[in-house]
Ligand binder design. Structure first.
Ligand code: SF4
Length: 346
């Protein structure tokens, strides 16, 4: 950026262009939430598609977005992944087909088998855990209240495990409107993995008030990554004038990070990448926080930090709230194929 002048420790940087001066806001401090970004389930799902491309060569079909992030989807598409909404005739018989991290219903598995597809299931193990709970509760004769967002792929997959035994609620009002006999003997609740921790707790409290005997899973269904990122952004929000959340508009856990921040009275915006920052948001901000949803790669955070550094911000720090150390093994199909190839090379 030629002609850029930074003022030491000041709030603005000036970019001189012929005939005019544009003033760019420069925060004194940029704080990075930790943990942020990729969770173990997303890392595994993205690696699954990458390995499938390496092992079998393109094209590799992927049902739905492998994870809810535009940048990730575009990068994999460039390498030869073909994303489809459903398993229609567009996916040829015998094609390698990956199921996304959000999980699929048994009907989708059956459809894939009928079409003769070679499937690799990249469903996050923590979503699979919720599917198992749904199956178990249904087998034991329970009716379930699923707390989640209508239309979300994870919710569709979970409901598909026991469609006649599940009622979806999104809000406390939905709980109040439930037309379920309070004396229904066997009632249980389960939830989507990427909800607001606080809001879900309130919904569960309301469920317990209305249905005193309702039971739930032994441990919360909201996953560790969602919980940790929300805890971290809460602390970040307390120390910043503005929090920028990197993630895509269809990413549930990224949207929750914005909600949680705004609930604490701190301004927050969801952006896919640095190019979406609106200059007006930055005016007068001294400390800007950055975090990212579980499906957003850290290079997007680094690019945004570089924008602030290029304007003169030197105080860039991590705010570590929790240390994460969770890893998931790649799907068995990938591991077996990789071992076979390795053995053939010996
Ligand atoms: S956000 Fe949670 S449930 Fe979803 S992929 Fe990541 S770890 Fe799994």
């Amino acid at each position: 950026m030629s002609g850029t002048a930074h003022t030491t420790g000041a709030q603005t940087a000036q970019v001189r262009t012929i005939g005019r001066v544009t003033t760019l806001a420069t925060p004194q401090t940029v704080l990075l939430a930790s943990p942020r970004g990729y969770c173990a389930g997303v890392d595994r799902a993205v690696q699954t598609v990458e390995r499938a491309l390496d092992l079998y060569g393109p094209p590799v079909y992927v049902r739905k977005e492998i994870v809810h992030n535009k940048h990730v989807v575009e990068s994999l598409r460039a390498r030869g992944a073909i994303f489809v909404d459903e398993l229609t005739d567009e996916v040829p018989e015998g094609a390698i087909t990956v199921f996304s991290a959000h999980g699929v219903s048994p009907a989708v598995h059956a459809d894939a088998e009928q079409r003769g597809l070679r499937t690799i299931d990249a469903t996050c193990p923590l979503v699979t855990k919720v599917h198992r709970e749904a199956v178990k509760f249904a087998e034991e004769g329970y009716h379930m209240i699923l707390i989640g967002h209508a239309g979300h792929e994870e919710v569709e997959g979970t409901m598909g495990e026991a469609p006649d035994h599940i009622t979806l609620v999104e809000t406390i009002d939905d709980v109040d409107r439930l037309e379920i006999d309070p004396d229904t003997e066997k009632l249980a609740y389960i939830s989507q993995t990427t909800l607001s921790v606080g809001e879900t707790r309130e919904i569960i409290t309301r469920l317990r008030e209305r249905f005193t005997h309702i039971v739930g899973p032994r441990k919360d269904d909201i996953c560790y990554a969602t919980t940790n990122r929300q805890l971290a952004v809460k602390q970040l929000a307390e120390q910043c004038d503005l929090v920028l959340v990197i993630g895509s508009q269809n990413s549930s856990n990224s949207l929750r990070l914005v909600d949680v921040t705004r609930e604490l009275g701190t301004d927050s915006y969801l952006i896919d990448n640095a190019s979406e920052v609106d200059e007006a948001w930055l005016t007068g901000r001294r400390t800007i926080g950055i975090t990212s949803g579980a499906s957003a790669p850290d290079e997007l955070v680094e690019q945004l930090v570089d924008v602030f550094r290029s304007r003169g911000t030197t105080d860039v720090r991590e705010l570590e709230v929790i240390r994460e150390d969770v890893r998931f093994m790649l799907p068995k199909t990938i591991r077996v194929e990789q071992s076979a190839r390795d053995a053939a090379q010996v």
